[in-house]
Design a protein around this ligand. Sequence first.
Ligand code: 13P
Ligand code: ZN
Ligand code: NA
Length: 281
Amino acid sequence: KLLSTKQMLLDAQKHHYAVPAFNIHNMETLQVVAETAAQMRSPLIIAATPSTVSYAGADYLVAMARAAAQNTDIPIALHLDHHEDIETIKEDIDTGFSSCMIDASKLPFEENIKKVQQVVTYAHRYDVTVEAELGKLVGKEDNIVVRDAIYTDPEDAVKFAAATGIDSLAVAIGTAHGLYKGKPKLDFDRLRVIRSKVDIPLVLHGASDVPDEMVKQTIELGITKVNVATDLKIPFAAAVKDFFKNNLEESDPRKYMTPGKNAMRKIVEHKINVCNSAGRY
Ligand code: 13P
Ligand code: ZN
Ligand code: NA
């Protein structure tokens, strides 16, 4: 059975580790994150952006995630990542997603709250957890490009969490979606202040290309969910490209997908270790 992120994030918060949320795109990538998490006894959040849901189909994603959950007893959540459309979120919850992010972070504060409240009301009826974001990350996620970052204001975060009833809050503290030009600068002090004022689990987006030590520090300061997308896609694609360099005539997907899966497995394992979430279940 697919679970919400409620218990897994509260446990992470209590024991000072983070649950990894891996963005997947198809059966192969879903298998890799599920198998690796199961082997390492780590809780797992399988995340799908709107374009992944369009690409793979909500029903396929739910069926595959349920199959993964049936093969193991580690907690697995299937999460809608960066969704902006309330009707789509409702439909996908009806299909079987167990967690969602309503990303209304582009809207003015009060409108962000109103939109998030609507999703919370619907989702909580079905024990589905809701994440929302305050502030803005730079970078490219899906087809959305953001150029100017807005860091999360701690006082607003308190008001936002209370007014919306969300289960977790995504904060903007200097990470970016995708890769960086140079080394990222994270506002650890801001995170510390937010953590001291807000009691719900906090989420770090854009964790790819952030040095491990910095991610670990955010976890020490109270991050309980770490979102990783780009760092998994790159080695998968690189391994497939490499395979075709040496096997130009190959047409069997089982042959050319396997090196990609194996390359991705290593990085998933590494990210689980950075989250310190192995052996928790
Ligand atoms: P990265 O691509 O930087 O890992 O960001 C992932 C993310 O935040 C998904 O929501
Ligand atoms: Zn994100
Ligand atoms: Na990133």
